[in-house]
Design a protein around this ligand. Structure first.
Ligand SMILES: O=c1ccn([C@@H]2O[C@H](COP(=O)(O)O)[C@@H](O)[C@H]2O)c(=O)[nH]1
Length: 271
């Protein structure tokens, strides 16, 4: 999907919500455990109930890899279901990959070609030659960790390197990489006070923002400085939406939670 198509969907739906599909078999309603593929059954119900309220879904691959081959098959079925039934939806494989160049190319092929995701998250630690193989794919986005939502972000990301904080170095340096127009960045919603500085470096880039909901990040605070001319934000909530209920009404309850966030987004966009 192109960036323009993503922006068009955001404007049409008045939403920049991304729903995280982080499926834990211990947390889903027990009646689904009788299904042949409980993870896919859960995702399908959540997607059918919420697709009109969000613009993106983000399965974190850890929640699928944890169940071995069956988990990977559930991930495959989920992305195929999304691409066949809701092709307008933007898809993010939250896999946080990155390796030496030839290995990165294989990761990129796995997520962009085999699974046909629109984007994948990568770590910047191994540098330019570990990220550029992902950027070479046309109409696909590479979402690089910049300033993460967890407490450990302060261990390295905010430490000074070359006279500026490491996350700023990551943002600034990556702008010069080949096909950098295919880059987006992860910035945690729990770090709302950093968005003003971040927007000085990447005024127009899309930012994937996890941390609203279960991690306590606030949508309004992120938007104060995070919004760009073309919205430029994908706000993710996973547990806060998908585990709204453990009963048969789980999908309806998830839709209610998603609608609350979408409504707040519509108000922000129409201010
Ligand atoms: O900095 C980061 C990067 C990624 N994540 C991922 O986003 C979701 C958040 O889930 P919630 O349940 O809404 O807290 C999850 O997949 C994380 O691994 C992040 O939280 N922070």
């Amino acid at each position: 999907m192109t960036t323009q198509e993503l922006i068009a969907q955001i404007k049409k739906k008045n939403s920049f919500l991304c729903i995280g599909l982080d499926v834990d078999l211990n947390k889903i309603p027990s009646h689904l455990l009788k299904e042949e593929d409980p993870i896919f059954a859960f995702n399908k119900a959540i997607i059918d109930a919420t697709h009109h309220l969000c613009v993106a879904y983000k399965p974190n691959t850890a929640f699928y890899e944890a169940y071995g081959l069956k988990g990977w098959q559930s991930l495959e079925k989920t992305i195929q279901y999304l691409n066949s039934n809701y092709p307008e939806i933007y898809t993010i494989a939250d896999a946080k990959r990155g390796d030496i160049g030839n290995t990165s190319t294989m990761y990129a092929k796995a997520f962009f070609e085999d699974l046909a995701f629109d984007s994948v998250t990568v770590a910047p630690y191994m540098g330019k030659d570990s990220v550029e193989p992902f950027l070479a794919f046309k109409n696909k986005h590479t979402i690089m960790l910049a300033l993460t939502s967890n407490e450990g972000a302060f261990d390295f990301q905010t430490k000074e390197v070359n006279g500026r904080e490491l996350y700023k170095e990551v943002l600034e340096t990556s702008k010069g990489w080949k096909n950098s127009e295919n880059l987006m960045y992860v910035v945690g919603a729990t770090k709302a006070e950093y968005f003003k500085e971040i927007r000085k470096i990447v005024p127009n880039s899309f930012l994937l923002v996890p941390g609203v909901g279960a991690q306590g990040g606030n949508l309004q605070d992120v938007c104060t400085y995070g919004l760009s001319e073309n919205v430029g934000l994908l706000i993710n909530s996973s547990r806060g939406i998908i585990y709204a209920s453990k009963n048969e009404d789980f999908a309806t309850k998830a839709a209610i939670k998603a609608a609350e966030l979408q409504q707040e987004m519509a108000e922000i966009l129409n201010q």
